[in-house]
Design a protein around this ligand. Structure first.
Ligand SMILES: O=C(O)[C@H](O)[C@@H](O)[C@H](O)[C@H](O)COP(=O)(O)O
Length: 247
């Protein structure tokens, strides 16, 4: 697999948020069906941007077409909060998607919240390794089929925030992060886990993100998202407002 990065990845621009989201839903459906009887694994992003996608996947024509029984869902990151907290990504996904489709409960791998944040990171790290079937990543063997990422205006993705120790983590697959501005301790997949994806997709919308998209595509080192690569391909799915002038 020839890995792509944020500079070499393909850019797909759509007229508006609805069109970009529908394209992504169609593509995810195509990829899931292409796996035929094999599991289809996807790590999902939190935040507000992908919420339309999750609602769309749980509605027709997608709800009756996705092969839910063989889909495996993970979270790229979460805030270290009870899942019923209004700011929990797990809670958001439960509300918008998992409670509305027939995905088996054992296929929904939410980030744990018991004990300390460090305990939860170790537990989720172990869960990823159990799913993968090994404790070390092997060349050419992806951990996920798809890793869906968002982008913060400061260039963070998942909970890989600028200046944080987690950016140097190259062994653990899950770590904690205390973002400089956000009030919650976060749990996040690290670069090795995210990069071990067959497809990495950045879904970014809105004019407020345009400058950051340009920086990350230029691989500005100040933006943690710049260092993201994919084991296979990396794609930017943008609405017109988020698209830099050169795309
Ligand atoms: O938990 C989170 O918030 C996300 O994982 C985070 O990385 C998000 O993707 C960006 O902050 C963009 O968020 P918006 O889509 O809300 O702009």
């Amino acid at each position: 697999m020839t890995g792509q990065n944020t500079r070499t990845g393909k850019v797909a621009v759509f007229a508006d948020r609805e069109a970009a989201t529908r394209h992504l839903a169609d593509w995810l459906l195509q990829e899931a069906l292409a796996k035929k009887d094999e599991p289809f694994s996807i790590a999902l992003s939190g935040g507000s941007t992908p919420q339309l996608l999750y609602s769309m996947m749980a509605s027709e024509p997608y709800a009756s077409r996705f092969p839910w029984a063989r889909m495996e869902f993970f979270l790229g990151d979460d805030r270290f909060l009870a899942h019923d907290h209004e700011d929990s990504n797990s809670g958001m996904l439960q509300r918008l998607l998992f409670s509305r489709v027939p995905v088996p409960a054992e296929n929904v791998h939410l980030i744990p919240t018991a004990g300390t944040a460090e305990d939860a990171a170790k537990e989720y790290d172990a869960e990823l390794k159990k799913f993968y079937g090994a404790d070390t990543l092997q060349p050419g063997k992806p951990l996920f089929d798809v890793n869906l990422l968002g982008l913060g205006s400061d260039g963070h993705t998942a909970s890989l925030f600028p200046g944080q120790p987690v950016l140097k983590e190259r062994t653990a697959w899950v770590s904690t992060c205390v973002p400089p501005v956000a009030p919650y301790t976060r749990l996040t997949m690290t670069y090795p886990a995210i990069d071990a994806s067959r497809h990495v997709v950045f879904l970014v919308e809105g004019a407020s993100k345009r400058e950051t998209v340009a920086k990350v595509r230029a691989q500005d080192p100040a933006c943690p998202a710049s260092a993201i690569t994919a084991m296979g391909d990396l794609t930017w799915v943008l609405d017109r407002d988020a698209a830099p002038a050169d795309v």
